[in-house]
Design a protein around this ligand. Structure first.
Ligand code: ADP
Ligand code: MG
Length: 383
């Protein structure tokens, strides 16, 4: 067990890393962040921010020497960096889990091999003949295999005749073509798994995306118990098969009543942010506990919650930005504001989130609508 006041590190300096750092500091650990951006949100909160690339061997050796354990906040860390660190310190999750999740082709193959229900797809590369692809993949979405996020690196493909142009738009990089499904609902399951195997699963979240970016997460999800149980069981199966140690999130589609895995994040997840304010341990507490070999916390939701993402669009037009009305937001009962300390508000950029908690979901939805009104979003949750 790695106990406070040991030093723990995180690769990546975004908001997920920042919340990890805050959780670790709260527990009495010293914190290091490796991120090339001198203005990274996590770097600003850590005891030490090493400003260097993820494949900078000198920087990795410095982090490895200083930190008793290192985790990651995003899946695009090069696997050799994790392996290099693992020769000198504890690294969780390990490179295997991260490698599968950072490449959509590897991720889909992982699901297919284990017969875990997933979205129909085909790998698209330079040799793909569009005419030979199954007709049920059209209309579809072409997704770049690596480095896509928040709906970026995705192009709609109406029919086989459009595939070549769509692939060119992605620079010809390896990609997967997925059937565009009509979605009943989207769900996600965040869980933590420790090195000895036990898991602690947060209640599934119901997620609404707008333009490919998460907009709202609602807990408890408004789906029947059988679907919830299936999502939990599938997420546990995925985490176990990956031998993932730490916090992991599985995103699901429900289409025509059927549950399918969309993608896997080998780290805490935006749809798990409500765990900070609505659960007895947060997804970041759990990441820390799993990393350090501490007992996992109880993950009971003590409140219903609605998490509303605050994107850069709320700051008004570029060139003439103004802060949203935080006082109005904070006047809503049960509202918790989390801003990530990003200097520049760009459209689609995740600047912060608000979580509203309440004793029951109808009240939480009404309060979330009040939060949305306060910052200029449509009050469309029907609360
Ligand atoms: N095959 C699909 N059918 C319908 N909607 C999809 C499909 N793929 C993605 N989407 C929508 O776009 C969102 C983002 O896509 P996703 O594959 O999760 O990429 P990202 O890595 O950007 O989160 C999804 O949550 C969903 O709302
Ligand atoms: Mg996604």
């Amino acid at each position: 067990m790695i106990l406070p006041p040991a030093t723990v590190g995180v690769l990546g300096g975004g908001q997920l890393g920042r919340f990890f750092v805050l959780a670790a500091r709260e527990h009495g650990y010293r914190t290091w962040v490796l991120d090339p951006d001198p203005a990274s949100p996590a770097g600003a909160a850590a005891h030490r921010h090493v400003v260097a690339a993820y494949d900078d061997s000198g920087a990795l050796d410095e982090v490895g020497a200083a930190c008793a354990a290192v985790t990651t906040e995003f899946e695009n860390v090069p696997a050799p960096a994790l392996d290099r660190l693992a020769t000198v310190t504890v690294v969780r999750p390990g490179s295997t889990s991260v490698q599968v999740c950072q490449d959509r082709i590897a991720e889909k193959a992982f699901l297919r091999e284990r017969e875990i229900p997933h979205v129909p797809y085909a790998v698209v590369d330079g040799d793909t003949d569009a005419a030979e692809l199954p007709a049920d993949l059209f209309p579809g979405i072409l997704k770049v295999a690596r480095l896509g996020y928040d709906g970026r690196g995705q192009v709609s493909v109406a029919g086989p005749g459009d595939l070549a142009a769509a692939h060119a738009e992605l620079g010809g990089a390896p990609a997967v073509l997925e059937a565009r499904l009509s979605l009943d609902v989207e769900l996600s399951v965040v869980l933590a798994r420790d090195a000895a195997g036990p898991v602690a699963v947060f209640p599934p979240a119901e997620n609404r995306h707008v333009g490919g970016i998460l907009d709202v997460s609602i807990v408890p999800a408004r789906v029947d118990a059988a679907l919830t149980e299936q999502a939990v069981a599938t997420a546990v199966e995925v985490a176990t098969a990956l031998d993932h140690v730490g916090t992991v999130a599985v995103e699901f589609f429900v289409s025509g009543g059927r549950l399918m895995v969309n993608e896997i994040a080998p780290r805490p997840h935006n749809s798990g942010h409500a765990t900070i304010d609505a659960c007895t341990a947060s997804q970041f507490d759990q990441q820390l506990r799993a990393l350090c070999g501490l007992p996992l916390g109880e993950v009971r939701a003590h409140s219903a919650s609605v998490m509303v993402n605050l994107l850069g669009d709320l700051w008004g037009p570029e060139g003439d930005p103004r802060e949203p009305d935080w006082a109005a937001l904070l006047a809503v009962p049960g509202a918790h504001l989390h801003l990530y300390g990003k200097a520049e508000a760009r459209p689609g950029r995740k600047m912060g989130h608000a979580t509203v908690v309440a004793g029951d979901l109808d009240v939480a939805l009404a309060r979330a609508d009040a939060v949305r009104t306060a910052v200029g979003l449509a009050a469309d949750l029907g609360g």
